[in-house]
Ligand binder design. Structure first.
Ligand code: ZN
Length: 139
């Protein structure tokens, strides 16, 4: 059975294998990312990440691929943006699992504004193990 599955995949055109690989990896990272928000002990690891403050998107593609605007909403504390946009690359996962949020504008508030991570690299490395830390924003 497994061998037949591998042969079926290998018999596909390379471009299709590539598209399937991107979809499978992105689906896995969607759920891993979501777990980082749902499980407090994992949240401590995620909270120390600081995202770049880029304000741009790909016009016409911003609903097909994750852009900085898409990810800005992931870090918003605006009520309608909390626990949204977990997808790393393909927003289709957020559409399928009901976590997509992409209005025209930008968030007014970000949870990172309320979180002060340790300033040193070493401090950020040990932060998840030392502090009960912040918690993900809640509705
Ligand atoms: Zn996140």
């Amino acid at each position: 059975m497994q061998l037949n599955f591998q042969k079926a995949i290998a018999a596909q055109p390379l471009w299709l294998q590539f598209v399937e690989m991107i979809a499978v990896v992105d689906l896995a990272t969607y759920w891993i990312h979501r777990a980082f928000h749902q499980l407090p002990w994992l949240w401590r690891f995620h909270a120390v990440f600081i995202h770049a403050n880029l304000r741009w998107r790909f016009p016409g593609l911003h609903r097909a691929i994750s852009t900085p605007q898409y990810h800005h909403w992931h870090h918003a504390t605006d009520a309608d943006g909390i626990d949204k946009n977990f997808a790393q690359f393909l927003p289709v996962w957020d559409v399928l699992f009901g976590t997509v949020h992409l209005p025209q504008g930008w968030p007014k508030h970000y949870w990172v504004a309320h979180f002060q991570p340790p300033e040193t690299y070493l401090g950020q490395l040990v932060y998840p193990f030392r502090s009960p830390g912040s918690t993900p924003p809640q509705d």
